[in-house]
Design a protein around this ligand. Structure first.
Ligand SMILES: [Zn+2]
Length: 199
Protein backbone atom coordinates (compact mmCIF):
# COMPACT_ATOMS: atom_id res chain seq x y z
CA UNK A 1 0.00 0.00 0.00
CA UNK A 2 2.76 2.40 0.97
CA UNK A 3 4.41 1.70 -2.31
CA UNK A 4 1.24 2.56 -4.23
CA UNK A 5 0.76 5.74 -2.22
CA UNK A 6 4.35 6.74 -2.79
CA UNK A 7 3.92 6.27 -6.53
CA UNK A 8 0.74 8.30 -6.49
CA UNK A 9 2.51 11.17 -4.74
CA UNK A 10 5.38 11.03 -7.20
CA UNK A 11 2.88 11.01 -10.05
CA UNK A 12 1.16 14.08 -8.66
CA UNK A 13 4.51 15.85 -8.32
CA UNK A 14 5.40 15.03 -11.91
CA UNK A 15 2.07 16.36 -13.12
CA UNK A 16 2.45 19.56 -11.08
CA UNK A 17 5.96 20.10 -12.43
CA UNK A 18 4.78 19.59 -15.98
CA UNK A 19 1.90 22.01 -15.71
CA UNK A 20 3.99 24.61 -13.90
CA UNK A 21 5.88 25.39 -17.11
CA UNK A 22 5.05 28.46 -19.12
CA UNK A 23 4.88 28.43 -22.89
CA UNK A 24 7.77 30.09 -24.69
CA UNK A 25 6.65 33.17 -26.61
CA UNK A 26 6.89 31.27 -29.91
CA UNK A 27 5.00 28.27 -28.59
CA UNK A 28 1.25 27.84 -28.61
CA UNK A 29 0.05 27.20 -25.08
CA UNK A 30 -2.14 24.40 -23.85
CA UNK A 31 -4.90 25.07 -21.36
CA UNK A 32 -4.75 22.45 -18.59
CA UNK A 33 -7.86 21.74 -16.53
CA UNK A 34 -7.98 19.78 -13.31
CA UNK A 35 -10.11 16.65 -13.25
CA UNK A 36 -13.02 18.78 -11.99
CA UNK A 37 -12.52 21.16 -14.97
CA UNK A 38 -10.97 23.90 -12.86
CA UNK A 39 -8.37 25.76 -14.95
CA UNK A 40 -4.88 25.09 -13.61
CA UNK A 41 -2.46 26.65 -16.03
CA UNK A 42 -1.52 27.37 -19.58
CA UNK A 43 1.58 25.30 -20.14
CA UNK A 44 3.91 24.88 -23.07
CA UNK A 45 2.86 22.63 -25.92
CA UNK A 46 5.75 20.24 -25.42
CA UNK A 47 4.93 19.74 -21.71
CA UNK A 48 1.28 19.35 -22.59
CA UNK A 49 2.07 16.62 -25.08
CA UNK A 50 4.14 14.80 -22.44
CA UNK A 51 1.11 14.85 -20.13
CA UNK A 52 -0.93 13.13 -22.82
CA UNK A 53 1.84 10.72 -23.69
CA UNK A 54 2.21 9.74 -20.00
CA UNK A 55 -1.55 9.21 -19.95
CA UNK A 56 -1.95 11.82 -17.24
CA UNK A 57 -4.36 13.89 -19.27
CA UNK A 58 -6.96 13.56 -22.00
CA UNK A 59 -7.36 15.98 -24.86
CA UNK A 60 -10.67 17.84 -24.74
CA UNK A 61 -9.99 20.09 -27.72
CA UNK A 62 -7.45 20.12 -30.50
CA UNK A 63 -6.03 23.26 -32.00
CA UNK A 64 -6.79 24.20 -35.61
CA UNK A 65 -3.10 23.90 -36.39
CA UNK A 66 -1.18 20.68 -36.93
CA UNK A 67 2.41 19.71 -36.37
CA UNK A 68 4.16 18.26 -39.40
CA UNK A 69 7.03 15.85 -39.25
CA UNK A 70 8.62 14.15 -42.27
CA UNK A 71 6.10 11.31 -42.40
CA UNK A 72 3.11 12.42 -40.43
CA UNK A 73 0.89 15.21 -39.40
CA UNK A 74 0.03 15.43 -35.71
CA UNK A 75 -2.96 17.07 -34.14
CA UNK A 76 -2.00 19.68 -31.57
CA UNK A 77 -3.85 19.61 -28.26
CA UNK A 78 -5.34 22.90 -27.13
CA UNK A 79 -7.25 21.93 -23.98
CA UNK A 80 -6.33 19.07 -21.63
CA UNK A 81 -8.09 17.59 -18.63
CA UNK A 82 -6.10 15.73 -15.99
CA UNK A 83 -7.15 12.16 -15.33
CA UNK A 84 -6.50 12.51 -11.61
CA UNK A 85 -7.49 15.45 -9.49
CA UNK A 86 -4.48 17.37 -8.17
CA UNK A 87 -4.87 19.28 -4.96
CA UNK A 88 -3.46 22.75 -4.86
CA UNK A 89 -3.93 25.38 -2.17
CA UNK A 90 -5.98 28.27 -3.52
CA UNK A 91 -3.65 31.25 -3.79
CA UNK A 92 -4.93 34.71 -2.95
CA UNK A 93 -5.30 37.08 -5.85
CA UNK A 94 -2.86 39.82 -4.90
CA UNK A 95 -3.29 43.27 -6.27
CA UNK A 96 -0.50 44.37 -8.59
CA UNK A 97 0.00 46.98 -11.26
CA UNK A 98 -0.14 44.35 -13.99
CA UNK A 99 -3.33 42.79 -12.64
CA UNK A 100 -5.17 46.09 -12.25
CA UNK A 101 -4.20 47.11 -15.79
CA UNK A 102 -5.43 43.74 -17.08
CA UNK A 103 -8.69 43.95 -15.10
CA UNK A 104 -9.37 47.40 -16.54
CA UNK A 105 -8.45 46.27 -20.06
CA UNK A 106 -5.49 48.67 -20.25
CA UNK A 107 -7.96 51.54 -20.42
CA UNK A 108 -8.11 54.73 -18.39
CA UNK A 109 -11.26 54.34 -16.31
CA UNK A 110 -11.99 58.06 -16.40
CA UNK A 111 -11.55 59.00 -20.06
CA UNK A 112 -11.26 55.66 -21.89
CA UNK A 113 -7.89 56.31 -23.48
CA UNK A 114 -5.25 53.61 -23.68
CA UNK A 115 -2.02 55.58 -23.45
CA UNK A 116 0.37 56.68 -20.70
CA UNK A 117 -1.29 54.48 -18.16
CA UNK A 118 -0.67 54.50 -14.46
CA UNK A 119 -2.65 53.57 -11.36
CA UNK A 120 -4.97 55.89 -9.48
CA UNK A 121 -6.15 55.59 -5.89
CA UNK A 122 -9.81 56.52 -6.22
CA UNK A 123 -9.96 57.77 -2.64
CA UNK A 124 -6.53 59.43 -2.41
CA UNK A 125 -3.79 57.54 -0.66
CA UNK A 126 -2.57 60.48 1.43
CA UNK A 127 -6.09 60.79 2.85
CA UNK A 128 -6.10 57.17 3.92
CA UNK A 129 -7.19 55.48 0.67
CA UNK A 130 -6.11 51.87 0.61
CA UNK A 131 -4.24 50.01 -2.09
CA UNK A 132 -7.04 47.54 -2.68
CA UNK A 133 -8.94 46.13 -5.64
CA UNK A 134 -11.86 48.36 -4.68
CA UNK A 135 -9.81 51.56 -4.53
CA UNK A 136 -7.28 51.34 -7.37
CA UNK A 137 -8.03 51.81 -11.06
CA UNK A 138 -6.13 52.13 -14.29
CA UNK A 139 -5.79 55.81 -15.17
CA UNK A 140 -3.92 57.87 -17.76
CA UNK A 141 -1.35 60.44 -16.67
CA UNK A 142 -3.53 63.29 -17.89
CA UNK A 143 -6.52 62.22 -15.77
CA UNK A 144 -4.19 61.42 -12.89
CA UNK A 145 -2.86 65.00 -12.95
CA UNK A 146 -6.33 66.46 -13.36
CA UNK A 147 -7.65 64.49 -10.41
CA UNK A 148 -4.63 65.28 -8.23
CA UNK A 149 -5.35 64.90 -4.49
CA UNK A 150 -9.13 64.89 -4.95
CA UNK A 151 -11.83 62.23 -4.99
CA UNK A 152 -13.61 61.71 -8.33
CA UNK A 153 -16.64 63.67 -7.06
CA UNK A 154 -14.48 66.59 -5.95
CA UNK A 155 -12.66 66.58 -9.30
CA UNK A 156 -15.94 66.20 -11.18
CA UNK A 157 -14.81 62.94 -12.78
CA UNK A 158 -16.75 59.72 -13.16
CA UNK A 159 -15.91 56.04 -13.02
CA UNK A 160 -17.99 53.79 -15.29
CA UNK A 161 -18.54 51.34 -12.40
CA UNK A 162 -17.09 50.82 -8.95
CA UNK A 163 -13.83 48.88 -9.11
CA UNK A 164 -13.99 45.40 -7.63
CA UNK A 165 -11.88 42.43 -6.92
CA UNK A 166 -12.14 40.02 -9.85
CA UNK A 167 -13.91 36.79 -9.00
CA UNK A 168 -11.62 34.22 -10.42
CA UNK A 169 -9.65 31.15 -9.36
CA UNK A 170 -6.14 32.42 -9.61
CA UNK A 171 -4.02 29.41 -10.45
CA UNK A 172 -3.20 31.12 -13.72
CA UNK A 173 -1.50 34.51 -13.47
CA UNK A 174 -4.27 37.06 -13.83
CA UNK A 175 -3.03 38.91 -16.94
CA UNK A 176 -2.56 35.56 -18.68
CA UNK A 177 -6.00 34.46 -17.60
CA UNK A 178 -7.47 37.60 -19.16
CA UNK A 179 -5.70 37.06 -22.48
CA UNK A 180 -6.68 33.36 -22.40
CA UNK A 181 -10.33 34.39 -21.94
CA UNK A 182 -10.08 36.25 -25.23
CA UNK A 183 -9.20 33.06 -27.07
CA UNK A 184 -12.49 31.79 -28.42
CA UNK A 185 -11.70 28.08 -28.12
CA UNK A 186 -10.82 28.40 -24.41
CA UNK A 187 -13.55 30.72 -23.36
CA UNK A 188 -16.14 28.09 -22.43
CA UNK A 189 -13.67 26.55 -19.99
CA UNK A 190 -12.71 29.82 -18.36
CA UNK A 191 -15.66 32.15 -18.29
CA UNK A 192 -17.27 30.49 -15.27
CA UNK A 193 -14.12 31.40 -13.35
CA UNK A 194 -13.88 34.96 -14.58
CA UNK A 195 -17.31 36.19 -13.60
CA UNK A 196 -17.64 39.91 -13.33
CA UNK A 197 -14.74 40.66 -15.63
CA UNK A 198 -15.66 43.27 -18.19
CA UNK A 199 -14.47 41.50 -21.32
ZN1 LIG B 1 -7.72 59.37 -18.74
Amino acid sequence: MTHVKCNAQRDERTVLELIASEPRPSESGVLVLNHNFEPLNICGLHRGMILVWLEKADVLRFSDNTLRSAEEEHLIPSVLRLRQHVRRPTPQLKISRKSVLARDDYTCQYCGCKQNLTLDHVFPRHRGGETSWENVVCCCLRCNNKKGPLTPQEANMRLPHPPRKPRYVPFIAFPRFISAMRKQEWREFLEGYGKGLEL
